[in-house]
Design a binder for this molecule. Sequence first.
Ligand code: 5GP
Length: 189
Amino acid sequence: MKALKERILKDGKCLEGGILKVDSFINHQMDPVLMMEMAKELAERFKEAKIDKIVTIEASGIAPAVMVAYLMRCPLVFAKKKVPSTMEGILKSEVFSFTKSRSYTICMSDTYMSKGDRCLFIDDFLANGNAATGILDMAAQVGAEIVGMGFLIEKAFQRGGELLRGKGIHIESLAIIESLDNCEIKLKE
Ligand code: 5GP
């Protein structure tokens, strides 16, 4: 997506260890106009997929996901990173965080993801696919189907894209980073 790629080149910053910082328009301060344009593009790419529900993980996935959910006229449910004492029917999965270099538990109530639901997973980044794998695990626990996954930014030099496409999942990414070597952002055309 042209507008996102241009913005990444203009405002994105490379950090050590293959991390792209997009805090000025996605991860801390947000640009709602660009966010809505990105959501429209994702909704368009999945319009034939007969989606019942959008799924994401707090916190950074929520903004794009709620806009996609609004456009596709379906509910959004987000996995939480702390188990609330009031939650019933808890689904859990372990996720290794690439940016924080540690594992954490994600959880969701089975009230909001059920057998037969056709779900679309939306997240800001695809790196090694750990967050996505955690969501696939929780969906499998209740018999829901993750029919597609949409990411704002995919880092092609990490293994998530290959892993998830290898499972036959419909993956869409709005900008693909080929390399961040020498702190230079190289985008796929
Ligand atoms: P994965 O689970 O695919 O390994 O990593 C995806 C998650 O880690 C995303 O939800 C995102 O929050 C975070 N992440 C991975 N790589 C980056 C990155 O380069 N920049 C930022 N800001 N977040 C990242």
